[in-house]
Structure formats: structure tokens, C-alpha cells
Design a protein around this ligand. Structure first.
Ligand code: ADP
Ligand code: ASP
Ligand code: MG
Length: 410
């Protein structure tokens, strides 16, 4: 019997009326003989509010207790949606992540799903029920874990893979994946489809519309993700292994990551082993480094600058100051007011003009580029946070992404 997995995000289930709307939509769309699993997020901004509560009682929250707390958000929604479905005459049951058989590793706050024991899911589906599963959570041993912010997308794709569902529908508050966040660039264009690789880059570089690990999992298991609106019935964007004209555009999307901070060690003695010492210490503290620049000063020292997630800045500060002292660096400076703007497209391979076009777009507005990094299908620039939105908008415009037009190259 065909199984369909659908996921509704926080804004889609933000109040009782919206939950009833979702329940009605699930019933209307259900075809005879089809089995439905629906994954939901916490209502509205519940997860943020739970985090605020935790911060009010403890600044450095214990990670286990934080997961115990955050996992409660989704549990409210599953029960309410199951109640709404039942009230409309549709047999339904809610299951927490652990009850649905979602097993994870033991890394609190960003656990990875290791397996799904789908027996209970199959039993409930075979009994004719719509099964409502709490996203974002799983079980490691007998401990509740969460998958990281935005992780309900990953729960949905993981369940689709485990149940052999060919498509996972992600319902959200926009009509699909756009060439840029439509809240930053209102003229952004909705994409009919996008390749897994491009979507993975966009999501990893700050496009919050999908959790990056959901895309990774979809790619690994050949699950097509259909991102679409909860409030409209038209088709959205298919994320799949495509090789069509659209993915051959040099640039398919622009994303902005405001959660970035820069750290620089100035006048570090220039000898073998300094970078290794610094980044070993940072890695040991569990901090991920993104971009790195080592600049030549022309004397016996150099400067090493790197970026980390803003949330890791305090932790990085402690480590960097200790290492700077050990290495004999002159000082450590910090800049929390930076952002990373990136362009993504599989078609940029072998087209060097794309990078110079991006730099040209920024220079025309007098926006200074502080750091650059590139890979086969993306180019990222670090710019001042105060000008980040403008940077994103002007790059989007420069490449003509709002209209179906040939990109402008220098
Ligand atoms: P949900 O609660 O449904 O999971 P999210 O807030 O996590 O919703 O994701 C949807 C949001 O992602 C949109 O409201 C939009 O602002 C943002 N977004 C960022 N980049 C993009 C993009 N390229 N295309 C569409 N939406 C994007
Ligand atoms: N509720 C969680 C969050 O806000 C997970 C999710 O919505 O995907 O991050
Ligand atoms: Mg989300």
C-alpha cells in the first residue's frame, strides 16, 4: 500500500485554527488505500520560548536537560493534531519520536538518526490510522535527544526513507524553494526543481527552508522532497537528482548567513605548526571553523583570521586567547558584526567569470569583501553585517535571478 509522508512546520501549526486546517487538508488529500504519516514541529515560536525559559534559569544549560525540555514542544502539536483529526472523524494516533522508533546517537542538541524501527508505525498505519509523529526528536539508549534546530525536516525524510515512501512533502509558510529567501528579496523566483547538491549547499549556507541533513538523507536514499505551501494548493519545488536546464544555470540561488563571527590572531610568529596548534585546540573544544585566511605581513609574523558560528564566539574567545599567549601572538581581535553571503549553482564549474561577477556586484555598491571562499558549486563572501541584506539583494539582481534571463557577466 502506498505510504505518503508529510511534514508541517511551526508556522503551519501555529494556533488551533491552523491545526484544524492541517487536519482538514490531510483528510481531503488522502487517496483511498493510501497510508499517511505526518510529522509536525512545535507550534509557532515554542522552541524559542522554551530556550528563553532555560536561559532564564541557567546560562550554560546542561545539554541533556535542554533536550528533555525542547522535545516537549513537538509533543503538544502531535496530540493536538491527532485530537483534531479524530474530531473530524478520522482515526489517528500521535507518537513521540521514541514511540515511532526513531533511534539516534547520543549527541544532545544535534543528534544524528542511526536507525528507525518502523514496526509500531506499520501496525498503526495498517489499522487505518493517520500517524502523527513528533519531529526533531529521537531516542539514544533510554535518553531523549533532539536533532538540532529545524530538525523536523530530517525526521520526515528519515521516515520516508525507512517506510519506502518515494516522496516526502514538506509544507511550510512559503510556496517552495526560491532563488533567495523571499523575505530578503521579495522578487525572488520560485524554482520548479533543484538538485540535491545545490539544495544542500543553499541549506548549509543559511537558507533555513530545509534542514541540511534532510537533504543529505534524501539524496542518500533517493527520496524526492516536495517543498510546498500549507496555505496554497499549487505545486512547490521538487528537490531531486535532476539534470535539467534550470540546474545548468551558472547560479541558481543566493543565501545569507547572519550567524557568523570573525576571530583574528595578529602577528603570530611565522613558523611551522602554528596553524596546527591553533586549530587543534579549537577542534578539541568542539568548535567548527568555517573560513580561514592566513595573510603575509612581510616580516617574521603573519595574521590568521577565521570564522565560527556566532553562538560559538564566547567558547572560541577562551581557546584563542590561551593559544595566542602560548604562540606569542600580539593580540586577538573579534568581529561579531559580519555575515556570509553565498551564491550556489552546479553550472558555475569551469566559469571563472562567475566569481568576478559576484565581486563586481558588491564593488558597484561599495561593499567591502572581508573574506572569500569557494568550492566547485559555491562562492561565499564575508561582508559587514549592516550591509548584508543589501549585498544579498544586489548579487541576486546582478545575476538576473528574479527573471528567467541570461546572467550578466563581466
Ligand atoms: P517551518 O517552520 O515550516 O519549518 P522555516 O522557517 O524553517 O519553516 O522555513 C521556511 C522559511 O525559510 C521561509 O519563511 C523563508 O523565510 C526561509 N527561507 C530561507 N531561504 C529560502 C529560500 N531560498 N526559499 C524559500 N524560503 C527560504
Ligand atoms: N521545533 C524545532 C525548531 O524550532 C524543530 C523544527 O521546527 O524543525 O527548531
Ligand atoms: Mg524549518
Amino acid at each position: 500500500m502506498p505510504i505518503i509522508v508529510k511534514k508541517f512546520g511551526g508556522t503551519s501549526v501555529g494556533d488551533p485554527q491552523k491545526i484544524l486546517h492541517v487536519a482538514r487538508r490531510l483528510m481531503e488529500e488522502r487517496k483511498p488505500g493510501e497510508q499517511t504519516v505526518v510529522v509536525v514541529s512545535a507550534m509557532g515560536h515554542t522552541t524559542d520560548e522554551l530556550l528563553k525559559l532555560a536561559n532564564a534559569v541557567s546560562l550554560e544549560g546542561d545539554k541533556r536537560e535542554l533536550d528533555q525540555l525542547l522535545a516537549t514542544g513537538e509533543q503538544v502539536t502531535i496530540a493536538l493534531l491527532a485530537l483534531a483529526l479524530q474530531s473530524l472523524g478520522q482515526p489517528a494516533i500521535s507518537l513521540t519520536g521514541p514511540q515511532a522508533g526513531v533511534r539516534t546517537d547520543g549527541v544532545y542538541g544535534r543528534a544524528r538518526v542511526t536507525s528507525v524501527d518502523a514496526d509500531r508505525l506499520h501496525r498503526e498505519l495498517d489499522a487505518g490510522k493517520i500517524v502523527v509523529v513528533a519531529g526533531f526528536q529521537g531516542l539514544a539508549g533510554d535518553e531523549i535527544t533532539t536533532l538540532g534546530r529545524g530538525g523536523s525536516d530530517t525526521t520526515a525524510v528519515v521516515l520516508a526513507a525507512a517506510l519506502g515512501a518515494p516522496v516526502c512533502e514538506i509544507y511550510t509558510d512559503v510556496a517552495g524553494v526560491y532563488t533567495c529567501d523571499p523575505r530578503i528579496v521579495p522578487a525572488a523566483r520560485k524554482l520548479k526543481e533543484i538538485s540535491y547538491d545545490e539544495m544542500l549547499e543553499l541549506a548549509s549556507l543559511g537558507a533555513g527552508v530545509l534542514h541540511p541533513r534532510s537533504v543529505e538523507c534524501a539524496k542518500d536514499h533517493g527520496v524526492v522532497i516536495h517543498v510546498r505551501s500549507t496555505f496554497r494548493s499549487d505545486e512547490g519545488t521538487y528537490v531531486k537528482g535532476v539534470d535539467t536546464l534550470e540546474t545548468q544555470n551558472p547560479v541558481n540561488g543566493v543565501s545569507l548567513d547572519l550567524n557568523q563571527a570573525k576571530v583574528a590572531l595578529l602577528e603570530v610568529p611565522d613558523r611551522p605548526g602554528t596553524a596546527a596548534t591553533l586549530f587543534k585546540a579549537i577542534g578539541k573544544a568542539g568548535i567548527s571553523v568555517d573560513m580561514i585566511i592566513q595573510s603575509v605581513r612581510g616580516d617574521v609574523t603573519n595574521d590568521i583570521a577565521f570564522t565560527v558560528a556566532s553562538d560559538d564566539l564566547e567558547k572560541t574567545r577562551k581557546v584563542a586567547e590561551q593559544v595566542a599567549q602560548d604562540l606569542g601572538a600580539k593580540e586577538v581581535v573579534y568581529d561579531p558584526d559580519i555575515a556570509k553571503v553565498s551564491i550556489v549553482g552546479v553550472g558555475m564549474v569551469g566559469r571563472p567569470a562567475i566569481a568576478s561577477s559576484m565581486f563586481d556586484a558588491l564593488s558597484q555598491r561599495g561593499i567591502n569583501i572581508q573574506m572569500i571562499s569557494t568550492s566547485e558549486i559555491k562562492i561565499s563572501c564575508v561582508v559587514d553585517k549592516g550591509r548584508a541584506k543589501e549585498a544579498t539583494q544586489c548579487i541576486h539582481e546582478y545575476f538576473g535571478l528574479e527573471a528567467v534571463a541570461e546572467p550578466q557577466l563581466v
